[in-house]
Ligand binder design. Structure first.
Ligand code: GUN
Length: 293
């Protein structure tokens, strides 16, 4: 069994990005600039946004954090989005989800200029991705694709079973892996909470993508020997042996599954770090106007 080391890959990719930023600086070009909007005090969102800002610093990007309390009116958030759309110095920005309940996430996502939508959540980017046109790919699927590519995992003709059909992960990764090219050309089964005999579906997989948000959901006897397992889950579970009283686990029961598979992403240290790195890749593409010249 080989670990798919998201930490090592992230460090390599960040070094590549930092080298590009140095070149841009030497040529007197415009520094890549990512803005993040954080509304409210969701503890997980705080962690993710801090990690995004810190990663920007590591590669030499400019970053801006716009923070607002949970009770701002939706119109104020729409104004912030408009201001970022119009700011020529901002190459790309994200509005961290989930938003407070009184806000319509769909409306906010639609208000973001798709040319600055480095999260790849806008339907224009999603539609372009689905048709194989240049697009900002959503960060987690983009991170998964980079893991497969950089570890030279064979995908052509393989049966990939995706567990979970979210707009952010399950649905887009199922599209990306079914598309022509590498990594892709998979036969994809997209499973979800209404799937009958989920274990039997997962047992057929050469590649499993677990993105269902349930701790240690995928068990050892669900996985075909030699399968490649990509664990997207980040779940905090109680653990009295830890100082914090909790630890992070994925959607895969690592102890049971790891001995059976050819490759597996650990949690932490797998997909999560690659998600942030993929956001940096999108921001660099936005700055270079690679997707939308
Ligand atoms: N919430 C959970 N994942 C994400 C993400 O990738 N981007 C944003 N904006 N919010 C999230």
């Amino acid at each position: 069994m080989q670990l798919l080391d998201g930490k090592l890959l992230s460090e390599n990719i960040k070094a590549e990005i930092a080298a590009e930023v140095d070149l841009i600086r030497e040529r007197g070009g415009k520094m890549p600039h990512l803005a993040a909007v954080l509304v409210g005090e969701n503890p997980a969102s705080e962690v993710y946004v801090k990690s995004k800002i810190k990663s920007c610093e590591q590669v030499g990007f400019k970053s801006t954090l716009v923070r607002r309390p949970a009770d701002i009116p939706e119109g104020e958030l729409l104004d912030i989005v408009q201001r970022l759309n119009d700011d020529p110095d901002v190459d790309g920005f994200i509005v961290q989800l989930p938003l407070p309940k009184h806000m319509d996430e769909e409306k906010i996502t639609l208000a973001i200029d798709h040319r600055k939508d480095v999260d790849g959540f806008h339907p224009i980017n999603f539609g372009r991705m689905a048709q194989g046109m240049p697009a900002f790919l959503p960060a987690t699927p983009y991170g998964i694709v980079e893991i497969l590519r950089r570890y030279n995992i064979e995908t052509s003709g393989k049966h990939c079973v995706v567990v979970g059909r979210s707009n952010i992960v399950g649905t887009p990764i199922s599209i990306l892996l079914s598309r022509k090219g590498y990594p892709g050309d998979c036969t994809v089964t997209l499973t979800h909470s209404r799937t009958q005999d989920l274990a039997a579906e997962v047992r057929r997989a050469d590649i499993v993508v677990a993105a269902i948000g349930i701790p240690e959901f995928i068990k050892g006897d669900w996985v075909k020997p030699g399968a490649v397992v990509i664990d997207v889950g980040i779940n905090r579970i109680p653990d009295a042996t830890k100082k914090s009283g909790a630890r992070l686990v994925g959607d895969v029961d690592f102890e049971e599954v790891a001995p059976k598979c050819s490759h597996i992403t650990p949690v932490p240290g797998g997909v999560g770090l690659m998600t942030v790195t993929a956001l940096l890749l999108n921001t660099l593409k936005a700055c270079k106007k690679e997707i939308y010249p």
